[in-house]
Structures are given as structure tokens and as C-alpha cells.
Design a protein around this ligand. Structure first.
Ligand code: ATP
Ligand code: MG
Length: 239
């Protein structure tokens, strides 16, 4: 198999548990390098659990999760991350007592000697963060914290980004800025898997969509089919 045909992420028959609780039931998902893929679904469908399982953050996992062709199902989280993954959980994990810039300077690169996105490039992409670079974490708005959380992942050099509900609860102007950010990342060749409740945010950004229900995929389609799929989405998600 040559490099261009190896998916950035390939999940097959994934089952995952939290303790006794069986939450993923045969998830299948393929993401090609440079794609933006959105996971849709109702509350509790298993989208966050899918991202967490990819990072090795659930309990037991069975099945297959390949990252750039490498099987990771038996790997611990730190080894998985070093394959170039960046996970942005819903709780953003901004260090309150550190400044915006200190938060950005914190993460070491995932691969020794390979720098992530430079601070200049980060500030070019997020002018708000440049303006707020000396502000303490706690003093940043929700939107600024969200941008900082994504920017901090880019600093690590991660090329496959797992983003959980980044638009949630944010003002429309910030949501627009996040949409521009996704478009920019796509143009720069990043691979993005986003979990989204906000269908209007995700719809114009994603190359492909998966609908998750009860811990497995019930629908998958490309952006070109989106309009034709609206009645089905309406039924499944009420969008
Ligand atoms: N730490 C946990 N321990 C036990 N069960 C959990 C845990 N986290 C999630 N679950 C359960 O796993 C199932 C899938 O939850 P998950 O968080 O993946 O859903 P989701 O699609 O992200 O939805 P949403 O974010 O809207 O709640 C749910 O039934 C949830 O109650
Ligand atoms: Mg969730």
C-alpha cells in the first residue's frame, strides 16, 4: 500500500467500555489525509467516546484503530499521541493561572526535533490570541479559550485533530472565526475529525459526515449528498 492510499485514521469494528458500561458497538470510520469529517448524533450517541477511544482514554477497547496505517488498539495514550494526534476535549483544559502565551508555549513537540506550528503562524491565524497574549487564562472569553485550546494543539505538531464540540455555547462571531480556522487548517493539509451538535456550523465545513447512534455508525455520506440526506438527518437528529 503506498502512502497516499493509507488513511489518516481507520477504525474497524471498535468496541469500547467504561468499566462495565459498553458504549461503542462496532464503530467503523475512515478518514483520509487532509479530510474534514464530522460526527453527528444525538446526545449520548457515542461521539465523544469515539474520540476518547482513539486516544486510548476509555476503558477496554476491542477492534482496530489504525493511525497512518499503524495499529494502536493496544497502545497507551502517550504513544498514540506521539503518532501526531491532537485531542481537544469539550473541557478545554486552559491553565487559569498562566497567560495566554504561557499556555501556548507549554506543550512540548510530539516528535523530538520536529517543531509544531510557530508562535508567529499561530498569531497570524488567531489575531485575538496575539492581542490577549499577556492575559491570564481565566480572563479569556469562552471563545478565546476555545481558540487557545486548538492553537495549543497545533503547537505540538499534531496533524490529525480530534475536536469535540468546539462551537458549543459560543457567540456567532466566534463560531464564524472557528469556521474560518477549520477552513484554513484544511487548506494547510491538516486532517480533522469534529464532533458537532451545531449542524449549521459543521455543514459547510465537512467533506464527509457520519451519523452515530447507540455506539455505531448508522449513516455516512459526502458533502455532495448533504442536501439529499436532509430528510434522513431530520429524522435522526431533528435538524
Ligand atoms: N465516563 C463514563 N462512564 C460511563 N459511561 C459513560 C461515560 N462517559 C460517557 N458514558 C456513556 O457513554 C454513552 C456515549 O456517550 P458519549 O459521551 O460518547 O456521547 P456523545 O455522542 O458525545 O453525546 P453528548 O456529548 O451529546 O452527550 C452514553 O450512554 C454515556 O452515558
Ligand atoms: Mg459528547
Amino acid at each position: 500500500m503506498n502512502k497516499t492510499s493509507t488513511p489518516a485514521l481507520e477504525i474497524k469494528g471498535l468496541n469500547a467500555w467504561y468499566g462495565e458500561s459498553h458504549v461503542l458497538h462496532g464503530m467503523d470510520l475512515v478518514v483520509q489525509p487532509g479530510e474534514v469529517v464530522t460526527l453527528l448524533g444525538r446526545n449520548g450517541a457515542g461521539r465523544t467516546s469515539t474520540l476518547r477511544a482513539v486516544m486510548g482514554l476509555t476503558g477496554a477497547r476491542k477492534g482496530s484503530i489504525r493511525i497512518n496505517g499503524v495499529e494502536t488498539i493496544h497502545m497507551p495514550t502517550h504513544r498514540i499521541a506521539h503518532l501526531g494526534l491532537g485531542y481537544c476535549p469539550e473541557e478545554r483544559g486552559i491553565f487559569a493561572s498562566l497567560s495566554c502565551e504561557e499556555n501556548l508555549m507549554l506543550p512540548p513537540p510530539l516528535k523530538a526535533g520536529e517543531a509544531g506550528m510557530s508562535i508567529e503562524e499561530i498569531y497570524g491565524m488567531f489575531p485575538n490570541l496575539y492581542e490577549r497574549r499577556h492575559s491570564q487564562g481565566t480572563r479569556l472569553s469562552g471563545g478565546e479559550q476555545q481558540m487557545l485550546a486548538v492553537a495549543r494543539i497545533l503547537r505540538t505538531g499534531a496533524r490529525l485533530l480530534l475536536l469535540d464540540e468546539i462551537s458549543e455555547g459560543l457567540a456567532p462571531v466566534i463560531v464564524q472565526a472557528l469556521a474560518r480556522m477549520i477552513t484554513t487548517l484544511r487548506a494547510k493539509g491538516y486532517t480533522v475529525v469534529m464532533v458537532e451538535q451545531n449542524f449549521r456550523f459543521a455543514a459547510p465545513l465537512a467533506d464527509r459526515f457520519y451519523v452515530v447512534e447507540h455506539g455505531h455508525v448508522v449513516e455516512r455520506f459526502g458533502a455532495a449528498e448533504l442536501e439529499a440526506k436532509m430528510p434522513v438527518l431530520n429524522e435522526l437528529l431533528g435538524v
